[in-house]
Design a protein around this ligand. Structure first.
Ligand SMILES: Cc1ncc(COP(=O)(O)O)c(C=O)c1O
Length: 348
């Protein structure tokens, strides 16, 4: 028996053909494929400007630089990956960590408001695990919002939800909704932000000097991205149908279930186990050849050694949230095996 992975990209002949096209062209740095990917990505999301970069954290970093956060605070939710801390520090900002909602695991207008000060320059609001955050509500706080769609690509755009942040960022890391190996995108309707972001990644052959970054996406990654864009809606449909299967099959087990929010992309399906048994459950599943993980490796307030008492919801979620496999090629047969093993793991 083979292990059922926690994540897996959906790759096939279209990606092989795209890579062959780039290799045959002899142009493998940033060129026509990147330009086409940016055009197609912006059009899909019905926004004006897309700038492709080499990772999601690069996208976050330059989005923050375009807003200007040096020496000022940037609100980040505690239940998120350390990429957010890296981006704030790279942009010279000071992370101001906020608790999240107990049900959606997201930053909310209320939890963000509690972290606001006179020195707040921006807010990073991820759609955590693919669950849409209330960006319109967070924007009412009156500071620029970077909408982090790293986990929610495909829920937004044509026929889906609308992007509302001053800038939105995406990641195409190998485990994400669509994958280019490593890769990212900044998306915005704001011409000034788009101009600054583009300038920051265009450092060669410039007359002036300032600190700029070698963050450009390659045509190799962009060609894969273009190939992945076409089936993206079907990837999201597949995730949602596996999520529906999990909701139906797990409903009688003593587990907390993720929110059934409109537009949820189900990048992750995190169930909640009883306090104190999370590590044991992960180990049990590992022995049953099912790879499951903590939905977030470590909350940001813990990295910063802030008092856990200030982050009760994040702490509770962190102690219980178990991310089980979900991705298009898992299919219902794979999901059935996960359900069986999970039932045994929690002793039902
Ligand atoms: C919410 C979120 N934003 C940004 C990133 C950074 O993306 P990347 O890994 O492409 O740098 C991640 C990474 O996993 C993430 O989970």
């Amino acid at each position: 028996m083979k292990t059922i992975n926690h994540s897996k990209p959906t790759l096939g002949n279209a990606e092989i053909a795209a890579l062959a096209r780039v290799i045959k062209s002899g142009f493998i740095t940033s060129g026509p494929e990147v330009a086409a990917f940016e055009r197609e990505f912006a059009a899909f999301h019905e926004l004006k400007h897309a700038v492709a970069v080499n990772s999601g954290v690069s996208a976050l970093h330059i989005a923050l630089e375009s807003i200007g956060v040096r020496g000022r605070e940037v609100i980040v939710p505690s239940y998120a990956c350390s990429a957010l801390l890296n981006a704030v520090n790279l942009a010279g900002g000071v992370p101001a960590v906020a608790d999240v909602d107990r049900i959606t695991y997201n930053l909310t207008p209320e939890t963000a408001a509690a972290a606001m000060t006179k020195n707040t320059a921006a807010i990073i609001a991820p759609h955590i695990l693919g669950c849409p955050a209330d960006i319109a509500g967070i924007k009412k706080l009156g500071v620029p919002v970077v909408e982090d769609c790293a986990m929610a690509l495909g829920a937004f755009g044509r026929g889906g939800l609308k992007i509302r942040g001053d800038a939105a960022i995406f990641s195409f890391y190998g485990t994400k909704m669509m994958a280019t190996g490593q890769g990212g995108m900044v998306l915005t309707n704001n011409s000034r932000i788009a101009g600054v972001v583009r300038d920051l990644i265009t450092y060669d052959c410039r007359d002036d000097y300032k600190l700029r970054y070698n963050y450009q996406m390659t045509d190799v990654a962009a060609a894969m991205g273009r190939a992945q864009m076409k089936p993206l809606p079907s990837f999201v449909r597949a995730r949602r149908s596996i999520a529906k299967f999990y909701f139906d099959s797990l409903k009688d087990l003593p587990l907390g279930m993720p929110p059934r929010a409109t537009g949820h992309a189900y990048f992750r399906f995190a169930v909640e186990v009883a306090a104190g048994v999370l590590d044991k459950t992960i180990k049990f599943l590992e022995r049953a050849l099912i790879e499951a993980k903590k939905a977030v490796y470590k909350p940001l307030h813990r990295y910063l050694k802030l008092s856990s008492a200030r982050f009760p919801n994040t702490e509770e979620i962190y102690s219980r949230a178990l991310s089980i496999p979900i991705y298009p090629s898992l299919g219902i047969p794979g999901a059935k095996k996960v359900v069986c093993a999970l039932g045994r793991a929690i002793g039902t």
